[in-house]
Write a protein that binds this ligand. Structure first.
Ligand code: KIV
Length: 269
């Protein structure tokens, strides 16, 4: 595959078949999407994590479809080689299959996404079927599903007992049957993620699910260490950008205060 070949659903299926790991990362703006594409990310997700890391909400529930579309549009202007996936936010698909198709369609038509992601397994079967009938690629998301925060009673690892683990394997198989092109496995034991990955032909993309998934996803702000006051166990900080940003802004503040910026070099004569 040439470096600039566009990533599609066919590419990620071929990658699973070859045993090549798939790299997914969130992005919420144009410049970050350009940088991620340059670095070789294969799937860019405009996740509803947008609500927490960009918009300052306490959780993902308040995120609206309009907010996701606004950011998917920005990312799509980078024309990434990566496949662009838009997250369906809470209550944009749960109430009816008709809502779901219309809202998934808006992510493609207005946002220029190339696929949508939604949370839930068996209980979302009708919704997945309807969106797939409109020829919109669907990425599923099971295990710890943040939109079910209140039902789960917090962000807890899922699938720990044998019955719950069995159910997650069955859900992944059902989602494959329904035509999902991939499935995110979040917050489940590593051994269960390995079992699910072996049980389905579609790629599994893990977050807090160990290294045996077909690919991995992280929230870009977590990877960069924008706010590193709390680090969840599954997050690896590849930088401490927040500290660097604070240092740069503090230097600017003191330069302006003491009159050393702007100097002659940064002024017109
Ligand atoms: O919203 C999001 O960013 C996500 C990923 C973490 C999978 O759902």
């Amino acid at each position: 595959m040439g470096h600039r070949d566009k990533i599609t659903v066919n590419t990620v299926h071929a990658m699973k078949a070859r045993g090549e790991k798939i790299v997914m990362l969130t992005a919420y703006d144009y410049q970050t999407a350009l940088l991620e594409d340059r670095a070789g990310v294969e799937l860019i997700l405009v996740g509803d994590s947008l609500g927490m890391v960009v918009l300052g909400y306490d959780n993902t529930l308040p995120v609206t479809l309009e907010e996701i579309i606004h950011h998917v549009k920005a990312v799509s202007r980078a024309h990434p080689r990566a496949m662009l996936i838009g997250d369906l936010p809470f209550m944009s698909y749960q109430a009816s299959a008709e809502d779901a198709v219309r809202n998934a369609g808006r992510l493609l038509k207005e946002g220029r996404a190339e696929a949508v992601k939604l949370e839930g397994g068996k209980r979302m079967a009708n919704v997945v079927r309807a969106i797939r009938a409109a020829d919109i690629p669907v990425m599923a998301h099971i295990g710890l599903t943040p939109q079910s925060l209140h039902q789960m009673g917090g962000y807890h690892v899922q699938g720990k007992d044998p019955a719950a683990a069995r159910e997650l394997v069955e859900e992944a198989q059902l989602l494959e049957e329904l035509g999902c092109f991939a499935v995110v496995l979040e917050g489940i034991p590593r051994a269960l993620a390995r079992k699910i990955t072996a049980a389905v032909n579609i790629p599994t993309i893990g977050i807090g699910a160990g290294s045996d998934c077909d690919g991995q996803v992280l929230v870009i702000n977590d990877l960069l260490g924008v706010m590193d006051d709390f680090t969840p166990k599954f997050v690896k900080r590849y930088a401490h950008i927040g500290q660097e940003i604070t240092r740069a802004i503090s230097d600017y503040v003191s330069d302006v205060k003491d009159g050393s910026f702007p100097d002659n070099e940064h002024s017109y004569s």
